[in-house]
Design a binder for this molecule. Sequence first.
Ligand SMILES: Nc1nc2c(ncn2[C@@H]2O[C@H](COP(=O)(O)OP(=O)(O)OP(=O)(O)O)[C@@H](O)[C@H]2O)c(=O)[nH]1
Ligand SMILES: [Mg+2]
Length: 391
Amino acid sequence: MKLVVIGLGQCGGRIADEFARLNRKASGQRRIEIVTGTFAVNTDNADLSGLTSIRRDYQHRILIGGRKTGGHGVGKINELGAEIAREDSDKVIDAIRTTKRFYETDAFLLIAGAAGGTGSGAIPVVTQHIKERYTDKPVYAAIVLPFEHEEQTEERTIYNAATCIKSTYSVADAIILVDNQRYIRKDASLRNNLAKINALIAEPFYNLLCAGEEKKPKYIGAKLLDAGDIMQTIVGWTVIGYGTSQLPLIRLPGERTRDFRKKGSETQKGIQAMDAAVSELSLHCNPADSRRALYLVSAPSNEMSVDLIKELGDYLRGLAPQAVIRNGDYPRQRGLLDVTVILSELSDVEKVRYYYTRSTNLIPEFKKRKEETEVSLKAIEDTSKDIPSLL
Ligand SMILES: Nc1nc2c(ncn2[C@@H]2O[C@H](COP(=O)(O)OP(=O)(O)OP(=O)(O)O)[C@@H](O)[C@H]2O)c(=O)[nH]1
Ligand SMILES: [Mg+2]
């Protein structure tokens, strides 16, 4: 599957930069292309300069709202991010048109952090414009949810997340939810290592996008997972997970099938990887709420059997009984078995409900605070009424 990737704001731009690296890896190691164009859009010049892999010209690193913000961002006011995106979205559309072999692109992936200003405000607006302009390609939005400590210290974070998610959901074909907090559960030092988190966010997409682009017969599995399978799966609220199992690097020819115990261990490795993928989903959710799902197993061809694929299918079926499940196997890589899982068309997402409820309660609170501020400012002014002015 080939994507056009557009990152908005600092968070989105950096993750898009990660996709540019994935594409370089795919073309270097596998001679295939998975991203036809990568763009970063921001109101902040410094953020755009900090990227490393996205092409440096103004049509790939797109500064919007330069006149309004002086190139310094919108400081978490996502209404301003949205307004600027409305004024400057033509710049993004013009840039997309420069993509070489754009006609080969299967879908758009837009990425932004929900809690900031630029990306949070711009992602629904740009999604809407792209949908109107390119009616035949799906537009997916990957939205990064804030860390817990950000939610606790700044209420605007919750409000931005709620308005961003609600608006984007109404225009995108799917929203891939990515919770920053999930990535520091096991390793708190990651909080200060956004680059590492970004690599973990992009990682599951590598084999997923590569599988359908393989041309060499020996890398094409019994069931090829292609762009059609992915597009049929990704709808509405969506999460993605990725898990791995180490394999011995050297196996004797024919070793796998000769011994039933080996076969048992092969299945065990597969289940272990799938279990890791489901426990490490990009956002905590209940798999039973998904109506569409997909899994891709990637391992050296002598480590994969029809039985393994079937066992994994049964396992996922147990977790998501109501989902239409698509699957594929990708006989590539050495010493590693990995499983990518997508759970989509989720009928309920607790975290989204949480943002909506908290924000609804915050709106009257914000209004009350504004009124109180006005009253106390008025009181100061009143006490100054007998003091002469110098103006
Ligand atoms: N995973 C990840 N999250 C990030 C990164 N940069 C920022 N964030 C998160 O994104 C949110 C802030 O959004 P930003 O992208 O920094 O904001 P922006 O879109 O640039 O908007 P303004 O700076 O307000 O104009 C916070 O929740 C951060 O934790 C990143 O590189 N990776
Ligand atoms: Mg910024």
